[in-house]
Design a protein around this ligand. Structure first.
Ligand code: ATP
Ligand code: MG
Length: 564
């Protein structure tokens, strides 16, 4: 995973941020880049965060720098330790390491407070007694300047006294705020005396009840970067118009180091919502099994779905980093994941909708062991033994009593190949009282063991199977997009109306080859012809549960070749 961007002048494929970093190194502005990934612990990480993680940690790795993991824990009301733990696990799982550089914005609360005092003393911050509503109403609009607070020019000593009393807990939530004194007529609304501190009487997961005033994102973020010596503070485009404030604060404070902010386009994916607020609603309203539901775009959900970390990293590399927003086809992510699974997932036989097939000319009780290739893409994966006998399960949809012209699989009188075993011909169809097919009676050709006929004849179809006497039953959960619409909520529709009612289909009584009885949680396999599957954490010995990660069908590649 260590791609070294050794030659800084090399015109290799780089995104604009890597160009900036390379240029800064060449010009001697930085010796080695220091980046950070700064999640707010108010929810679990999603695939959008993965883009940011791969970018920040990737740059540090490639240019010999370092990347910090910093929790932006400035809002005690919405943040929880449980999310902090989950985020740590997710970033590690994705394959990145921050070494000893794990930080929290709350580590800097004392320093930030001292800097707030510094701004007041310098005449560039004041305590405002207006309510949140009043502040909002006097902020102005893009076309009209804002109005000055009646407290804007209160004496420095009074602001200092009030800030100390805010900190001491004398005032209720919302009674006062600390604001920077910048420019109420600035065309950039973020410079119209932005709020630096709020009163929030709430316990913090790390600082407990030590504080009842908390810094805003804008006040905490750049200063945390400065304290940590971050050289390139990389964030998403919505912070572009916060950059003047970021720079203003760094200029007006005696910070030990001057960081620079750069913005890139956030990841948007079709059929996917990447907003923690909405993801939290899905969890809270019970629309999914939790943050780690296999349909969720969270890293824990993708992991439970069976997406390997390598596939997610490859996806991030494939989509690159740009300066303008766009929407990426979710098929691109699936393409990257399939490429990894195709290489790594052992092949197994699993029958999702079993139909009994009895070989009438096979002696009762005889069992043969077939040697089956584990992965044609990986010779080192070797072979495994699979038991074959008189009674088998095949996929119900692989048989049709009256096949239409393009259906080449099993039908009355027709011969097919059972993969790695024998050719069988369907002689008789057994039905129940309602007319449903319950059993196929077939005969096999003993000369075709292993799947080839001495006379060279080739059946048009090869089916997967499982020996009925040996198969293990399993529950299999099939997944589809959580949202039916490629652009959920587009055009002002209620996002939740776009939820796909068929996003999860639970299949009971699938029949799997016996080697899968021992499969452990997170183990990934390919069920031949059906897709990639992973053992779900709900799985128990004797009560296996598999999730379908993806089908084998590669829509993205198809779309690509069609579109040219
Ligand atoms: P949300 O908007 O879903 O609440 P957020 O951006 O507030 O998410 P943070 O925890 O603040 O979430 O994000 C941490 C970092 O991840 C930030 O630097 C942010 O810019 C980045 N990030 C968040 N969402 C995306 C995305 N969709 N694509 C790329 N980077 C993202
Ligand atoms: Mg944020």
């Amino acid at each position: 995973m260590t791609t070294q961007a050794t030659d800084l002048q090399a015109p290799e494929r780089r995104d604009f941020i890597r160009e900036i970093v390379a240029a800064d190194i060449v010009a001697g502005r930085v010796a080695a880049p220091v980046t950070r990934f700064p999640p707010e612990p108010n929810g679990c990480l999603h695939i959008g965060h993965a883009k940011s993680i791969c970018l920040n940690f990737g740059i540090a790795e490639e240019f010999g720098g370092r990347c910090h993991l910093r929790f932006d824990d400035t809002n005690p009301v919405k943040e929880e330790q449980e999310y902090i733990d989950a985020i740590v696990e997710d970033v590690r799982w994705l394959g990145f390491d921050w070494g000893e550089h794990l930080y929290h914005a709350s580590d800097y609360f004392e320093q930030l407070y001292a800097w707030a005092v510094h701004l007041i003393e310098g005449g560039v911050a004041y305590v405002d007694d207006q309510s949140a509503d009043e502040i909002r109403e006097t902020r102005g609009t893009l076309t009209e300047p804002g109005g000055a607070s009646p407290w804007r020019d209160r004496p420095v000593a009074e602001s200092l006294d009030l800030l100390a009393r805010m900190k001491a807990g004398e005032f209720a939530n919302g009674a006062r705020v600390l604001r920077a004194k910048i420019d109420m007529a600035s065309p950039n609304l973020n410079l119209r005396d932005p709020i630096l501190y709020r009163i929030v009487h709430a316990s913090h997961s790390r600082t407990g009840d030590a504080w009842c005033i908390y810094p805003t994102y804008d006040f905490a973020h750049g200063q945390s970067d400065a304290i940590e010596g971050v050289t390139h503070s990389i964030c998403t485009l919505e912070f572009e118009n916060h950059r003047p404030l970021y720079d203003w604060l760094v200029e007006h404070l005696p910070v030990p180091h001057v960081p620079r902010q750069y913005e890139f386009a956030r990841l948007n994916l079709t059929h996917t919502v990447l907003s923690k607020r909405i993801l939290l609603r899905l969890v809270q309203e019970g629309r999914v099994r939790g943050w780690d539901d296999p349909r969720m775009p969270t890293l824990s959900g993708l992991r439970r779905r069976g997406f390997p970390a390598e596939g997610i990293r490859d996806f991030a590399a494939m989509i690159g980093v740009a300066k303008t927003d766009s929407v990426i086809e979710v098929g691109q992510l699936e393409f990257a994941v399939r490429a990894v699974l195709n290489r790594t997932a052992p092949r197994r036989f699993g029958v999702l909708d079993p139909l009994k097939l009895v070989i009438t000319n096979w002696p009762e009780g005889r069992v043969e062991t077939m040697e089956v290739v584990n992965n044609p893409e990986d010779p080192a994966a070797g072979m495994r033994p699979v038991a074959f006998g008189r009674e088998l399960w095949i996929e119900r949809e692989d048989f049709m009593e009256e096949p239409p012209p393009k259906f080449f699989r099993l039908a009355p009188g027709r011969e097919v190949r059972l993969r790695n075993a024998y050719f069988v011909t369907c002689d008789e169809v057994v039905k129940d009282a309602s007319g449903a097919v319950v059993e196929l009676r077939c005969s096999y050709d003993p000369a075709t063991r292993g799947g080839d006929a001495p006379d060279g004849r080739r059946p048009k179809a090869t089916l997967h199977w499982a020996s009925a006497a040996h198969a293990v039953p399993a529950e299999v959960r099939l997944y589809d997009h959580l949202f039916s619409s490629p652009f959920p909520g587009a055009g002002g529709t209620d996002l939740f109306e776009d939820l796909n009612p068929a996003s999860e289909t639970i299949v009971q009584g699938a029949m799997l080859e016996p080697s899968l009885a021992e499969a452990t949680v997170s183990e990934t396999v390919q069920f031949e012809r059906l897709g990639y599957f992973v053992v779900d954490p709900d799985s128990r010995p004797g009560a296996l549960v598999f999730n379908r990660t993806l089908t084998l069908r590669d829509t993205w590649a198809r779309v690509q070749s069609k579109g040219g």
